[in-house]
Design a protein around this ligand. Sequence first.
Ligand code: SAH
Length: 354
Amino acid sequence: MPDLAHRLADRIAAEGPQPLDAVMGEAVAAYYRRERVFGAAGDFVTAPEISQVFGELVGLWFALRWLAEGRPARVLVCECGPGRGTLIADFLRAARSVPGFAEAIALHLVETSPALRDAQAAALAGFPARWHDDLATLPGDAPLYLVANEFLDALPVRQYIRRGGVWRERRVGLGDGGLALVDGPEALPPPDLLAALPAPAEGDVLEHRPAAEAFCADLARRLAAQGGAALIFDYGPAESAYGDSLQAVARHRYAPPLAALGEADLTAHVDFARLAAAARPAAAFGPQPQGHWLLAMGIRERTQQLVAQATPAQAKALASGAARLCEAPAMGRLFKALALLPAGAATPEGFEIR
Ligand code: SAH
């Protein structure tokens, strides 16, 4: 058993089963303290690692916001969970092609892993940035342009399970083979979450994402006070549904969620309807399939432009990367884009098609 699992097993023996969200928070933090998690040699591959065009189009989207807002002299660009820093490096390259935009950017990165902060600083190649543990310490004096790719799925979730006509909170306890989800005490899920769903059946699992919802509420308060825009990419259903979506991935394969705690990437689907609701009164656009957004933003055209100057091997990688990002059933449909803007804003670029 990995270290974290040992410590947890001791704690469970002493104190009884532990809350799932607390365990998930510890497991995710332990996992990202390690270095080699991304890429072909790591555990999983994310969109910005598949094609440079992903980060470039994100940069272009925010450049269009900046132009539409009359080129404010200073804007806060904030990426949450930047991983290796690939997206933000591609973003800044695209930003430099829009005169004045890069110069207006004060860059802020929300990242808790010291190893990944180092990797991000290296990817930025001297572009100044400030790091934060969460949104609370971001400045409040300029429009906020926030991007998060596969960040919200890493935030801790709670689960409830329907047993004998009541809800019980699921906890992490000890089973035959090690750590296991066990039925905890009777507990009521948030009533508004239940109100959005059909009547539960025996054995139904309901997930609640208090951290992701608090993040969206905080973001919405900032958009109302500071102005700006947010672009969120992640995977999960557009509408709330029952189901256990906790998953662990190591070496590009699914693993049982609690089997390799701290050594596999532990995530849960996001619930886009809940995120948009938590962000009210901010205006929400989407979620729409990531592939639709990429096509509307010009992934084909930009890829062709790069292919024209590439070696045959690079051209092949660019074409297959673009296809992988857009095509269902790969990332194009499972992954979705959600934009949040101040209340009353008009539909932003890339969200016109459905
Ligand atoms: N956006 C990147 C990486 C996604 S992985 C990409 O697309 O490649 C998740 C990222 O979120 C990692 O950088 C991880 O260290 C960070 N992270 C996870 N939980 C966090 C938390 N609670 N607070 C801040 N950063 C967190």
